[in-house]
Design a binder for this molecule. Structure first.
Ligand code: HEM
Ligand SMILES: [Cu+2]
Length: 554
């Protein structure tokens, strides 16, 4: 374990972060680009969170009027868009950008300039979307922007819908660039000895995610382009005169895989964290990889489970119901493998490990309610209710936020050279876990009692107490996120110095310095299994290897 005294700030700190702004703007170093992605993601998390808090204030009691109905609709749309497009996906692209090349022993991504361009399209996309708020009103039809709610006839007063559509097109192009880059990097730039069967599971997860985004990014952009044709050129693809349901098919062909784009990297991070802190190799490496590909395939065959109430043919509904339930099989395999890895392990309950267990607990609930919702008759009852809002947050908050926190607490020392403060981390975890469950567990009940989602207010007194508990709990989440920000900022400046390998981990990124030098490795250590660092440690070669790595260039 790392030394317990706080040492003076290492030179590497100034070296990595205090760079002239011109260098940040033009760097092609995957690590700096990764950091910019992550910072953009976290800022979006804060903004999306503020939208959610305003929504929760409005719903705290019946008949409140914190904001008017139109603003409410814009806020829930902005919350969903921000969290999905600008927080989770962007943050995860960042952490993968940072880690994947180092984990496979490469010096950078395959196309560093594409990487740079792909990143800078993100702020363009974000600015485009938020421009809607300054041009007469942003998107107000939910993050899904269903036709015909976005039809010009109803939305002619503002450019918000157009800005959103353009923003999503730019976002999809950026995502396709990043995915191509990840796949090429992993196929072409692996270090000697890093066979496919020795890739860290986080890298396998990134392969799966990239394939998904590559396949479904284009249909999403297509949907947005057709929508703009309707709005600007008078075509009738999705209008009431055309086929609004076509929009839903295109959107959800992207939208459901997008859920896995937001979760598979988290699965990857959990597959790194649990073996390290259970001090055991991952249980069933090959079945973990196979399950990822099972999910990739199945996730593209389930999209219409979001559309059970649009009036589809019964056989079609049956097909989508069956495929949706089948997804529980590969996901279940992963779940049992994580449990089997932890089982009888000598578990070190560090903060990343706590977040990993927090993920297992919450994601399990999201998975189970998902199987219920997959059933057509059940979904017909619960569609558009708070049960769905509860389910989707158990999946996304559990699958993305908890795993992102696990990954950050785990990799922060590699990225900054400093450990995140453990005490603050414990508070961060418990307030998040209690706040999250307090907010979303009883939302299931609200849904069963019939409270619809996307309503600006309600007058049913019977829902008042539950809603108040939810709002109070959501502020506990906000408090937790505040602790997290304080932890990041203070530990980045003066946290305990981490050293190269504070956790005694298994994978290559821990063989170089923290933070790694611009070229990542002077010499890539030999790779003889999917746990190269553990091999070196056990054979006693580790000392020699780390001594061979020079300190970062000053
Ligand atoms: C910070 C804590 C969060 C709170 C308190 C919160 C709260 C809410 C609430 C109350 C709604 C329903 C609004 C309505 O239907 O009227 C909602 C919708 C939604 N949330 Fe969250 N949320 C949080 C975090 C997240 C995260 C992390 C994600 C994604 C990763 C997310 C994704 C969504 C989506 C996609 C919707 C649906 C929006 C729509 O109906 O178009 N939320 N959230
Ligand atoms: Cu789905």
């Amino acid at each position: 374990m790392a030394a317990t005294t706080v040492l003076p700030r290492p030179k590497a700190y100034d070296d990595t972060f205090w760079k002239p702004i011109s260098l940040w703007l033009t760097t092609t170093d995957h690590k700096l680009i990764g950091i910019m992605y992550m910072v953009t993601g976290i800022l979006s998390f804060l903004i999306g969170g503020i939208f959610a808090l305003i929504v929760r204030l409005q719903l705290a009691a019946p008949n409140l009027k914190v904001v008017d109905a139109e603003t409410y609709n814009q806020l829930i749309s902005a919350h969903g868009v921000t969290m999905i497009f600008f927080f989770v996906t962007i943050f995860l692209t960042g952490i993968a950008n940072y880690m994947v090349p180092i984990m496979i022993g490469a010096r950078d991504m395959a196309f560093p300039r594409v990487n740079l361009l792909g990143f800078w399209l993100v702020p363009v996309s974000i600015i485009l979307y938020y421009s809607g708020f300054f041009t007469g009103g942003a998107l107000n039809a939910g993050w899904t922007g269903y036709a015909p709610l976005t039809e010009k006839a109803y939305q002619s007063h503002s450019l918000g819908v157009d800005f959103w559509a353009l923003s999503i097109i730019v976002w999809a192009i950026s995502g396709i660039m990043a995915s191509t880059n990840f796949l090429t990097t992993i196929v072409a730039l692996r270090a000697p000895g890093m066979k496919l069967t020795r890739l860290p599971l986080f890298v396998w997860a990134q392969i799966s995610t990239s394939i998904l985004l590559l396949v479904v990014g284009a249909p999403l952009a297509a949907a947005m382009i057709l929508l703009e044709f309707d709005r600007q050129l008078g075509t009738q693809f999705f209008t009431t005169a055309g086929r609004p349901v076509l929009y839903q098919h295109l959107f959800w062909f992207f939208g459901h895989p997008e859920v896995y784009i937001m979760i598979l990297p988290g699965f990857g991070m959990i597959s790194e964290v649990i073996p390290v802190f259970a001090r055991k190799p991952i249980f069933g490496y090959m079945s973990m990889v196979a399950a990822l590909f099972g999910i990739v395939f199945l996730s593209m065959t389930v999209w219409a489970h979001h559309m059970f109430t649009v009036g589809m043919n019964t056989y079609v509904e049956g097909f989508f119901m069956l495929m949706t339930m089948l997804i529980a099989v590969p996901t279940g395999i992963k779940f049992f493998n994580w449990m089997a890895t932890a089982w009888w392990g000598s578990i070190d309950f560090t903060v990343p490990m706590k977040f990993a267990f927090g993920f297992l607990a919450t994601f399990l609930i999201g998975g189970i309610t998902g199987v219920y919702l997959a059933s057509v008759p059940v979904d017909t009852q619960l569609h558009q209710s708070y049960y769905v809002v509860a389910h989707l947050h158990y999946v996304l908050f559990g699958g993305s936020v908890f795993t992102i926190f696990a990954g950050l607490y785990y990799w922060f020392p590699k990225i900054t050279g400093r450990l995140l403060n453990r005490n603050l981390g414990e508070w961060n975890f418990w307030t998040l876990f209690i706040g999250f469950n307090g907010t979303f567990l009883i939302m299931h009940t609200l849904g069963l009692e019939g409270m619809p989602r996307r309503i600006a207010t309600y007058s049913n007194e019977a829902w008042a107490a539950t809603n108040l508990i939810i709002t109070v709990s959501s502020f506990l989440i906000a408090f937790s996120v505040l602790l997290f920000i304080i932890n990041i900022v203070s530990s980045w400046r003066g946290g305990e110095v981490a050293g190269d390998d504070p956790w005694h981990a298994n994978t290559l990124e821990w063989a170089t310095t923290s933070p790694p030098p611009p070229y990542n490795f002077e010499r890539v250590p030999p790779v003889r299994s999917f746990m190269p660092l553990r091999d070196l440690r056990e054979s006693g070669e580790l000392e020699a290897e780390t001594a061979a790595q020079p300190a970062p260039a000053h």
